[in-house]
Design a protein around this ligand. Structure first.
Ligand code: FES
Length: 164
């Protein structure tokens, strides 16, 4: 069994630091969003078993937690790839070929949007305007912005990230 498969099967638990954070925020307004942000920072997504723990510790219904997670695009329910690729599909990027970037990326990685490659290395998602329309079309890889991206550049970008 590969390491990625083993990790995917591992049960996630709140760390003592996260438990302390939740205790600190338990009675403050807006605590659920703050806690979920912190959980996602720690795990890269909101694991199901951790959502149960958060519900228990904050004393809120699980349905409320899932309501928040599914309302905000920011929160992820599935573990993302080690490298997270976001392709902007805001108006400027769409008009400058954002869709072509996504199609080419899917071809290179062999998986569609919102799916992790079998080796756990990459996940791709389409996002709304990331605020640098002058550089359209734009993609963001692990927080780094790539502007005026051409489909011909993608193989090189992926190869560079894979080595990093
Ligand atoms: S539309 Fe892509 S950065 Fe604004």
């Amino acid at each position: 069994m590969s390491t990625a498969t083993t990790q995917a099967a591992a049960i996630q638990k709140l760390t003592p630091e996260l438990k302390a954070f939740i205790a600190e925020w338990k009675n403050k307004p807006g605590n659920l969003i703050m806690v979920l942000h912190r959980v996602q920072q720690g795990f890269g997504y909101i694991p199901r078993e951790v959502a149960f723990e958060v519900a228990d510790l904050l004393d809120v219904p699980l349905a409320k937690i899932y309501g928040v997670i599914t309302f905000y695009n920011f929160f992820k329910l599935k573990k993302p790839g080690r490298n997270q690729i976001q392709v902007c599909m805001g108006t400027a990027c769409y008009l400058k070929g954002g869709e072509d970037i996504i199609q080419e990326m899917e071809g290179i990685l062999g998986v569609g949007l919102n799916t992790v490659t079998p080796d756990g290395e990459f996940s791709t998602e389409a996002v709304r305007c990331v605020g640098c329309c002058g550089l359209a079309p734009v993609m963001v890889v692990n927080g780094e912005v790539y502007g005026k991206v051409k489909t011909a550049d993608l193989q090189g970008i992926i190869a560079k990230i894979r080595k990093a």
